[in-house]
Design a protein around this ligand. Structure first.
Ligand code: MRU
Length: 345
């Protein structure tokens, strides 16, 4: 099994996703600042994995904090981690969870506070794996048998604590006996599809074909794709989905070609405080990610660049949103609310 992130002897150990698939190296973080840098620099990425890293970062920060002025240090730790990446709401969800626990522990001995924060962070990781398995169970029946599934970016074990959301649905479909193969969009500019999705599916011997992003329409039109499954970084109350840039193009092509689009995400990816996807903050990343590939320039010096890391797919293009509590369908305003509250649909 791929170990994306673990708490090991008072450190946070994560597989360095910038170096995959060339080499399998691990980053060991000993301070919360190192965890923040690992998130910002994409050593760890993917919404749920970022959430686990943030929780462990807080635990690491409190473990290294002095008793005097602990409240202020806790604020600094959370603010530093919150400033790493703006789009995936799981980061803020995990920080809020750690803040709530901390508030309830005020006045307790420092040793106990530290221990409880570590236990909570480890629980966030373990729960994430269980949640992904539940997403897989709910999503597997929606995957057509004997067909190719297209996915964009990496919403797999590497993007979570394990098993994956979109790739978890594919894994669960295969575990349930369906014959499924995968088309992976390469996912320019960071190449999460080519580098990470292909690598992790190969580890599980799941048949996978790599295509460049601009080939997706061709294969949908020619009838090769049975359904599209993607993850999400933030889902607004109306069902609009922020996910890796390029997801919107895939969604429009899927609709045009009558291909179902499934979004697989934990309920911690819901942001019911935002009425629509227009309000989701979109991270802008460095121009060098577009002008360079593995350090080699592919554009003339001085080229003007835009590099939004995410786009928003309007809810009308989404067939279903698969969560650990079940499947939401249009109208998403009500179905997502019901799932969030744990009400039967
Ligand atoms: O920039 P990244 O690699 O963090 O973006 C990741 C994605 O867009 C994933 O699809 C999303 O976080 C869902 S991961 C289960």
């Amino acid at each position: 099994m791929i170990e994306t992130i673990q708490w090991v002897d008072g450190t946070v150990v994560m597989i360095d996703q910038r170096r995959l698939p060339i080499e399998e190296k691990f980053v060991t973080c000993r301070t919360y600042e190192e965890v923040a840098a690992a998130i910002r620099d994409m050593a760890i990425r993917g919404a749920p994995a970022i959430g686990v890293a943030a929780a462990m970062g807080v635990a690491l920060g409190v473990a290294g904090a002095a008793e005097e002025g602990l409240d202020g240090q806790m604020e600094t730790i959370c603010a530093t981690l919150a400033a790493t990446r703006p789009t995936a709401v799981n980061l803020f969800w995990a920080l809020d969870r750690m803040k709530r626990l901390y508030a309830g522990l005020r006045g307790r001995p420092l040793g106990e506070i530290r221990q409880r924060m570590i236990e909570e962070a480890r629980r966030v990781r373990e729960e994430d794996i269980a949640i992904n398995r539940a997403i897989g169970r709910h999503g597997a029946p929606l995957v057509p048998d004997g067909k190719t599934v297209l996915t964009h970016c990496n919403a797999g074990a590497l993007a979570t604590a394990g098993y994956g959301t979109a790739l978890g649905v594919i894994r669960a479909a295969i575990e349930s006996g369906k014959r499924v193969d995968v088309f992976a969009d390469e996912t320019r500019p960071f190449l999460q599809g080519a580098r990470l999705t292909v690598w992790e599916l190969q580890q599980d011997a799941i048949p996978t074909t790599l295509i460049t992003d601009n080939m997706a329409g061709h294969f949908m039109k020619s009838g090769r794709i049975g359904c599209v499954v993607v993850g999400a970084d933030r889902i607004a109350a109306n069902g609009d989905v922020a996910n890796k840039v390029g997801t919107y193009s895939v969604a429009v092509l899927a609709r045009e070609n009558g291909v179902p689009l499934l979004v697989a995400a934990p309920l911690s990816t819901l942001d019911l405080t935002l009425a629509s996807g227009d309000l989701i903050p979109i991270e802008q990343r460095a121009p060098a990610e577009v002008t360079h590939v593995f350090g080699h320039a592919i554009a003339p010096p001085g080229t003007a660049v835009e590099n939004p890391a995410f786009d928003v797919t309007p809810a009308r293009y989404i067939t279903a949103i698969v969560t650990e509590r079940g499947v939401a369908r249009a109208p998403f305003e009500t179905s997502l609310q019901q799932l969030a509250k744990g009400e039967p649909k």
